[in-house]
Design a protein around this ligand. Structure first.
Ligand SMILES: NC(=O)C1=CN([C@@H]2O[C@H](COP(=O)(O)OP(=O)(O)OC[C@H]3O[C@@H](n4cnc5c(N)ncnc54)[C@H](OP(=O)(O)O)[C@@H]3O)[C@@H](O)[C@H]2O)C=CC1
Ligand SMILES: O=C(O)C(=O)[C@@H](O)[C@H](O)C(=O)CO
Length: 278
């Protein structure tokens, strides 16, 4: 029986669920319980970061789950202050200790921080970390086509994933095309646009009524049909279930186009060329 989301193949041969759980803000005992509920409800892809301060809660939920560890893809991210070859090796050890796990399944450079200009050196460390077995798949987050070109040219290794801001207000068509050319999977952060007015937009509510689903499900299904992997955050077990239940219906091409036409650009101060992450 299929549990949770179907999976897709990454460019390194490993598989990734087509939808995961964002965990920003899920901290402490309550956070661990929420992540545990998500795993029990079928989630097999989790998205944390050293900077979220909740790797301990996420790791605890994974260790306590009645699910084979090998069936769960744990993602974490290296923060800006840890860019550099040696720093990256130390940072993954900190992440593993926080998680209480022996391996991160998907490890991302959280932001490129181009003003520091150490992301290429950091990527070289990621390639070596993958070979060491501490990390299974390697990727990036918030990288532009120029950043991607630099790391690929320097190492010959394309990231498995680029996790970027992506929602109907910012569909990122040009970047997704670049990803497709390199076999990079697009992951969508803030896929529900942080529950903004997006869920009341007519193309979303019309499609929800037509398919007998919720506006949130329409938006997450839109991501899936673009070929992007959304990581919606919810601390509520009912909404977690709702968000995962998007593989039993399909939007029409016209519905996808109408939702994509909501485009208006980035919603937050997250321009990768200027954003400085510590
Ligand atoms: N790489 C990066 O730089 C970044 C990565 N991320 C990752 O992406 C994840 C998701 O992004 P996030 O910013 O949290 O925003 P989301 O777009 O996932 O929205 C989360 C908000 O929507 C609510 N919500 C969830 N499901 C539903 C639903 N079905 N109907 C109505 N409301 C709903 C949640 O509330 P409730 O919990 O009460 O359900 C919460 O308030 C993060 O948790 C993080 O893992 C985020 C930002 C940047
Ligand atoms: O990844 C997230 O959830 C974020 O909010 C990022 O913007 C990140 O944590 C950051 O930039 C912190 O400065």
């Amino acid at each position: 029986m299929q549990v949770g989301a179907p999976t897709i193949e990454l460019n390194d041969g490993h598989r990734l669920p087509e939808l995961g759980l964002g965990t920003y803000g899920l901290n402490g005992d309550e956070g661990a319980a929420a992540v545990g509920a998500a795993i029990a409800g079928g989630y097999r892809l989790l998205d944390t970061a050293l900077n979220y301060g909740n790797e301990d809660a996420v790791g605890r939920a994974v260790r306590d789950a009645e699910v084979d560890r090998e069936d769960i893809v744990v993602t974490s991210k290296l923060p800006g202050r840890h860019h550099g070859y040696d720093e990256a090796h130390r940072s993954v050890d900190e992440t593993l200790a926080n998680l209480g796990l022996e391996r991160v399944d998907l490890y991302l450079i959280h932001w490129p921080n181009p003003s520091v200009d150490k992301f290429v050196e950091t990527w070289k460390a990621f390639v070596d970390l993958r070979d060491s077995g501490k990390v299974r798949s390697i990727g990036v987050s918030n990288f532009t086509p120029e950043h991607l070109t630099r790391i690929i040219d320097a190492t010959g290794v394309a990231p498995a994933v680029n996790q970027v801001e992506l929602h109907p207000y910012f569909p990122q068509a040009a970047l997704r095309k670049v990803h497709a050319d390199h076999g990079i999977v697009t992951e969508s952060w803030s896929p529900l646009a942080k529950r903004s007015e997006l869920l009341t937009e007519r193309p979303v509510t019309d499609a929800a009524a037509a398919h007998g689903v919720t506006p949130g499900q329409v938006v997450l299904r839109w991501h899936v049909q673009l070929g992007a992997v959304p990581v919606p955050k919810s601390g509520d077990a009912d909404r977690q279930r709702e968000n995962l239940d998007v593989f039993g219906f399909a939007l029409t091409d016209d519905e996808v186009a109408a939702i994509s036409a909501l485009e208006r650009g980035r919603l937050w101060d997250g321009d990768p060329d200027t954003h400085e992450e510590m």
